[in-house]
Design a protein around this ligand. Structure first.
Ligand code: ARG
Length: 458
């Protein structure tokens, strides 16, 4: 059944029907569509636009449709243009005349704006919960690894020693910001467009505040033209989704490196790895690579929607139908990746010895060796030069700074004493760094306690 056949004298061309139809994907929000309709008729009755009998019959009919879709007895079929037409046609089939009053004071333009908001609102909560699951795993790994030393890198060159807790703590911060972005988007989008009609409101005495409160919005939207043509919140959401993917992708890139034969800092569990069809020895980090790879398609959704929206005149235009597949795909991708990524790092094994060894053999303690000289009165620039010479010597000998004999140190500067070895041990290098946000155990303990509180409260 068409909602708009009246003024037409010809059948729609079949290709046109297929090109125009959105039911293959907007059926995803059948539930939100039905709940929105229930709230709409409840408001219509309160305003005396429907009788209470009419409202009851409609709500009961809608409830029947909802449960029949959910128990599989009512398949959503393709001859309808969209989910809105499907539900309305079914309602009229079930309850007859009163069903024809469902759409009073409403347009598909405000209806679809509502459905999409209700849908994405639920999904924001789901993504937020998945981020929390991930952060709980990161938190556990941090708590267990405040003395697991490893090299920190700049330019992918070993720089200064840090700990695994500190490195994972960086991601904890990123995902915390991601959750706070979702919160902001939720708060900004949470206004109800229903009642905006096609674009200019309606002549019926609708109570938009009431509909908004029934659907747990903070209030109604305030301009009916904006209400039906605003897709900013989806663009913000796709931007937040892209940022989550970017964070996961960076993390994946590191895990792929760390899991490689060259690094061997970690080993991804067999249950999260795959093999090669030809090379029997292989165990590949496909999941991390796929999460990194899928980042591109989420960015694609963001750029697509920005481009779709950029030339649209007010108010509704059919171009906006394109928001659905992009957003659904991006959200499903992020949810899938978050769940898999969390499982992957939760089951991953760390090799603390190899990490510490890598830090030791990468001169990550060179800054601390220079600081040793500074503490003995040598100006920093001179100290920098002296340690530079010692590093060069070590490179020639193929050893690390803590393997260089004291007499070699003293040949270059008599300031060095036996306590240099203690001063440049990984433990000392890390433990001395205790300003807020630094990797020292004391500093980390404070952050881990604060993170614990955050996870309990949010
Ligand atoms: N399927 C449409 C969409 O997603 C629903 C709104 C249709 N409105 C219209 N005026 N054709 O945008």
């Amino acid at each position: 059944m068409k909602l708009w056949g009246g003024r037409f004298t010809k059948e729609t061309n079949e290709l046109v029907h297929n090109f125009n139809a959105s039911i293959s994907y907007d059926q995803k929000f059948y539930k939100q569509d039905i709940l929105g309709s229930m709230a709409h008729v409840t408001m219509l009755e309160k305003q005396g636009i429907l009788t209470s009998e009419e409202k009851d019959v409609i709500v009961e009919g809608l409830q029947g449709i909802l449960s029949d879709i959910e128990n599989g007895t009512l398949p959503i079929t393709g001859e309808h243009e969209d989910i809105h037409s499907f539900v309305e046609a079914n309602l009229i089939e079930r309850i007859g005349e009163p069903g024809k009053k469902l759409h009073t004071g409403r347009s598909r333009n405000d209806q679809v704006a509502l459905d999409m908001k209700l849908y994405t609102r639920d999904e924001i909560v789901a993504v937020n919960d998945l981020l929390k699951e991930l952060m709980l795993v990161i938190h556990r790994i941090m708590s267990e690894n405040t003395e697991t030393y490893m090299p920190g890198f700049t330019h992918l060159q070993k720089a200064q020693p840090v700990t695994l807790a500190h490195h994972f703590g960086a991601y904890f911060e990123m995902f915390r910001r991601d959750r706070s972005r979702l919160r902001d988007i939720y708060d900004r989008m949470n206004y109800c467009p229903l009642g905006a009609g096609a674009l200019a409101g309606t002549t019926y005495p609708l109570d938009r505040d009431y509909t908004a409160s029934l659907l747990k919005f903070d209030g109604p939207t305030l301009n009916s033209m904006d209400s039906v043509s605003d897709r900013d919140y989806l663009i913000e959401l796709l931007s937040a989704m892209s940022t989550i993917m970017m964070h996961m992708s960076r993390f994946c890139e590191e895990i792929i490196l760390w899991n490689s034969n060259e690094y061997r800092f970690v080993e991804i569990d067999d249950s999260y790895s795959t093999g090669s069809s030809i090379m029997p020895q292989k165990k590949n980090p496909d999941i991390a690579e796929l999460v990194r790879g899928k980042t591109g398609r989420v960015y694609g959704a963001l750029i697509s929607l920005l481009t779709t929206m950029k030339g649209l005149p007010l108010a509704y235009n059919k171009d906006m139908q394109e928001d659905k597949e992009l957003t659904f795909d991006a959200i499903d991708t992020v949810k899938g990746c978050l769940a898999l990524f969390t499982g992957m790092i939760d089951t991953m094994k760390f090799h603390p010895e190899i990490m510490a060894d890598s830090a030791r053999h990468g001169f990550t303690n060179a800054t601390d060796a220079a600081d040793y000289l500074v503490n003995h009165g040598v100006p920093f620039r001179d100290a920098h030069g002296i340690i530079g010479q010692l590093v060069l010597l070590c490179i020639e000998k193929g050893i690390s700074l803590d393997e260089l004999p004291l007499e070699e140190y003293r040949k270059i500067s008599p300031v060095f004493e036996d306590d240099i070895y203690e001063a440049i041990s990984m433990k000392t290098c890390v433990e001395k760094r205790n300003t807020i946000g630094a990797p020292g155990r004391k500093a980390m303990a404070q952050i881990i306690a604060a993170n614990e509180k955050y996870l309990e409260e949010s």
